[in-house]
Design a protein around this ligand. Sequence first.
Ligand code: GAP
Length: 436
Amino acid sequence: MDEIVALAKRRGFIFQSSEIYGGIGGFFDYGPLGAILKRNVKDAWWREIVELRDDVVGFDSSIIMHPNTWVASGHVANFADKLVDCRNCKHRFRADHLPSLEKCPDCGMSHTLTEPRSFNLMMQTSIGPMEDSASRAYLRPETAQGIFVNFKNIYQSARKRPPFGIAQIGKSFRNEITPGNFTFRVREFEQAELEFFVPDDGNDLSWYDTWVTARKKWYSDYGVNPDRLRFYELTETERPHYARAGTDVEYLFPWGWGELESIAHRGTYDLDAHMKLSGKDLTYFDEATKSKYTPILIESSAGMDRTALTMLIDAYDQQTIVDADAGKETSRVVLHFHPKIAPVQVGVFPLARNKPELVERARHIERGLRAHARTSYDEGNVGQLYRRQDEIGTPLCIMVDYQSLEDGTVTVRDRDSMLQDRVDAAQLRNYLTERL
Ligand code: GAP
């Protein structure tokens, strides 16, 4: 993990937030490559969940909502963790993360842990110039509630009838007691949530299964190692009382299994709660049967920071290879990103940076490919060029050499096999489309 964190900083994937002031716990910044990596993960989710379906619409709600939203959802009363402090080493823990309250896991002292006390995880802010209880508002701890309170606006304007879904990607905030494990548990993060509403016609559990299967396929399509991924089915006691089924999608991180996504059958709980507090009707009125009902909800809620981190960790590899020129063993770090996730898809270089014809030809090729792939032009020592692209997970590298000037071909090197193809530059577009 230390090596991955170092690589993330060195290559511009992820930086500690406000680093020059010593950082701030639980917040991170995405560097030039990290920003693209996370965007690719979000785009892959959005493409699959919204664009390639005709039964899901997209949505984007405000981060700050009417405070009653969080009363109705139960967050004001219940969105709390139990907090424990060690009186000796002053470290702070989540009670449910401790094996026992007898002994501090950090300093090892007995009977130094305080009694667990409740700590609400919602971040507060105030609206307007007065800071009093009337102006109190919350940064949303999940994006889902924006969808629930707009359910009627959306189904009426989009002319959708259940079964149909509403999807949203956006920032959420939680004042985590113990942020940690890099970007795994942070205080500001992005969620991708799908709220899929189905009629109460006996097919709700089958819809739940459909979504579990769809989400399995998504992780598999983007190459996440199946041996490090599991779909853990929650038992009745592990689920909220109103939920008929639930699955946690978990990845085997270097520190153990961690949740990437939760998929849940939530019954009518959320719409009922908002109808009760707001007094507004959020049922679905079926024109065909002239009857109204509260749809059942199937939710898939994935963390985009955790998914991006998973892609990074899953892609990371340290290999011993034989250097073809020197004929001796050497090692390389390579990220085996899926081509759709890789921040750079094609690197283009001239064999020598002091040969203007090579430089001009390489730049020309790179510019021509920009509209079709995420490309990057670079120049320098050949070995270092490949090393740099391997470390950021670029699937293909194009080298313009002297033969290119004679016959118009270039070499294309495959990141994973390190094998090279000789390709006619005029055919590169088709070649890349197929390979990427
Ligand atoms: N609306 C349902 C909901 O929010 P959740 O299990 O609390 O469910 C969903 O959160 C996902 O959001 C998690 O599986 C995780 O990927 C992500 N997430 C939650 N808290 C997080 C945190 N502190 N840091 C990073 N990601 C987090």
